[in-house]
Design a protein around this ligand. Structure first.
Ligand code: NDP
Length: 309
């Protein structure tokens, strides 16, 4: 049996070389040189086109190269019964926690105000609230959300988090499920989205959610573009329901040059860069899962394909 790599992203070549070095006894093939498709039982992919995986009728294990797996599960031809693994790693989550903290500080300390004032040569003094007076809310308490919430709480923010099942995180007020959502939103001035994209979370960054927050709130989203109702975000920023937003993931990426989002006042766009797993982490995790799979042992970071994350 053989491994197929579909890794046509910026660091795909480094990944393939790393995988070959880590698994010298494996037959690692690169698309389009897959050989006999029936020999492929494991693949590692980065956003392959939908319908691609069904070419491999003996495929049993698919590895993602990141945390989000929505693209794969949304493939209508995703082969039934195959197992899926993803990347879970402290450094990966730590980079995301830094992103969440950096933009929370940016909005809390109103850095945009000082940048604009300097352009006008204005000494625009402003009194700042203390972090403990600022109520921050993190949606999602998985590998990304938990560390982000802990880091924000560690800096002193009045931090809450919302997840599907109930969690206990020291220093963080935890809410859970649909019943806890309204209360979570009502106390959240700076909302940070670190949810996976599933049937339930699609479109969660909507007018209804913004209306549930105190007026003049801020949204920071590093989840997925499918979480965002673009028109609702634009309207909320234009009518002042939201004071500002930072968005890292968009329904269409790269964000088209003629997208109106580039020019919405107080909307900060980042190019899906909030966190990336290191090549070493991806290679090591994949190699470990291949060894475990070949010897019939439990896999690491296996996805619950029914829950969708
Ligand atoms: P995890 O799967 O580890 O965690 C998901 C969290 O979301 C869990 O706490 C889960 O609750 C919660 N959740 C899921 N569904 C619901 C729901 N319906 N209602 C409330 N809470 C829900 O995900 P990760 O932390 O690894 O990643 C989160 C997302 O971050 C990724 O899916 C990806 O989209 C994004 N990401 C973005 C990157 C970027 O560069 N922009 C980089 C990496 C990740 P429970 O704990 O109860 O199961």
């Amino acid at each position: 049996m053989a491994i197929l790599a579909w890794l046509h992203n910026a660091y795909g070549r480094d990944l393939i070389e790393g995988i070959r070095a880590a698994l010298p006894d494996e037959d690692v093939r690169e698309w389009p040189d897959a050989g006999d498709p029936a020999e492929i039982d494991i693949c590692i992919v980065f956003r392959m086109p939908h319908g691609f995986l069904k070419l491999f009728r003996n495929l049993q294990l698919m590895s993602a190269t990141g945390a989000g797996i929505d693209h794969y599960l949304l493939d209508p031809d995703f082969p039934k019964g195959i197992r899926m693994v993803r990347i879970v790693d402290h450094d990966f989550a730590s980079r995301m926690a830094d992103y969440a903290l950096a933009w929370t500080l940016f909005h809390h300390r109103d850095i945009a105000h000082f940048l604009a004032a300097q352009q006008q040569h204005e000494w625009a003094y402003k009194i700042m609230r203390s972090a403990r007076e600022v109520r921050v809310g993190v949606m999602g308490l998985g590998q990304m959300g938990r560390l982000a919430a802990e880091r924000l709480a560690g800096v002193g923010y009045d931090t809450a988090a919302w997840s599907r099942s109930r969690h206990a995180v020291p220093g963080v007020t935890c809410f859970a499920g649909p019943d806890g959502f309204d209360e979570f939103l009502a106390r959240t001035e700076i909302l940070i989205n670190l949810l996976p994209l599933t049937q339930t979370t699609r479109g969660i960054l909507s007018a209804a959610t913004f209306a549930g927050m105190p007026p003049g709130g801020v949204v920071i989203s590093a989840g997925r573009g499918g979480h965002l109702v673009e028109a609702d975000l634009v309207a909320a920023l234009r009518n002042g329901r939201l004071r500002a937003a930072t968005i890292d993931a968009f329904p269409v990426e790269p964000l088209p040059k003629d997208s109106p989002l580039w020019d919405v006042p107080n909307l900060h766009v980042t190019p899906h860069c909030s966190s990336t797993a290191s090549i070493r982490t991806i290679v090591d995790t994949f190699a470990e899962n291949v060894r475990r799979f070949r010897s019939g042992r439990e896999l690491v970071n296996e996805v619950d394909t029914v829950a969708g994350y």
